[in-house]
Design a protein around this ligand. Sequence first.
Ligand code: ATR
Length: 279
Amino acid sequence: MILSGNAKLAGVVGWPVNHSKSPRLHGFWLEQYKIDGTYVPLAIKPEDFESAIRGLQKSGFKGVNVTVPHKESALKIADKVSARAEKIGAANTLVFQEDGSIFADNTDGFGFYENLKQGAVDWQADAGPAVVLGAGGAARAVIVALAEAGVPEIRLTNRTRARAENLAAELDAPITVVDWEDRNAALEDCNLLTNTTTLGMHGQGLLEIDLFDLPKTALVNDIVYVPLMTNLLEKAHAHGCPIVDGIGMLLHQARPGFEAWFGTDPQVTDELRQFVLAD
Ligand code: ATR
C-alpha cells in the first residue's frame, strides 16, 4: 500500500478493537479497487470517544465504523441520523460530511438482509412468518430489517421474555412474543428461522432446538460465524432446509461505509469470504 497526499482515511473505533475483522475486510477492497486510501483500527476508551471522533474529523478522516462499546454514543454525537439507525437506537457507521457535520447510520440490518438475498436468491421475505431467536442488539437490527422487507409476522423468542416484550413495545414491527420453552412449536409454518443469540458460538453453549415442525422450505440463518457451520445450520441442513451462514452479514454491513468514504459500492465475493475467514 502506497498512499499519496490525497489518500482517503477511514477506520474502526472500538475498545478493544484488536478482534475486529474490519481492517482486513476494507483493506481487501482497497487493494481490489486500487483506491488511494487506508482503513485503520483505532482503540479508543469510552471516556475519550467524543474527543477522538472530533480529532479524527479535524484530521481529515472521511468517517469511521463504530463497534462495542461506542454504538450508542455514536448515535448521540451525530448531527443527522438515518431512519434505520434511529429505529435500532445505535450506529455502526459515521460519515464526516464536507460541511463539518456528522451523519450516523446503522448498516447491521442491511447487512443481514443483503446476506439472505445473496445466499438464497429465491427466498421471499413476505411469503410467511419469521422466527427470531434472541432479543439483544443484533436482534433489533434484524427485526427492523425484516419488518422493512415485508415479513408479515415475527415470532420473537428469548430466554429472558421481558427483553423480547420490550422490543415488541419499542419497535414498529409485527412481533408476537413466544416463550423460550415454546420455541420448537413456533417453527410451524414459518418461512425463516434466524438465530441472533450467542448460542452456538465457539466457547458458548449449543443452541438446543428441535426442527421437527419446521417446513423444509424455510430458510435457516445464523448470525454466529465462529464456527461458520453452527450446530443450528448443521441440523437445518440435515432436515433439508436451505441455509445461509453468518459471515455475509459482516461483509455486507461494511458496504455502505466503504461507498460513502471511498466512492465505490464494493462486491461481496467468495474470494473475500475466504480471505476474511482465513484470519
Ligand atoms: P447482542 O447485542 O450481540 O445481540 P446481547 O445483547 O448480549 O448481544 O444478547 C445476547 C442474546 O443471546 C440474548 O438474546 C441472550 O438472551 P438473554 O436476553 O436472556 O440474556 C441470548 N443468550 C445468551 N446466552 C444464552 C443462553 N445460555 N441461553 C439462551 N439465550 C442466551
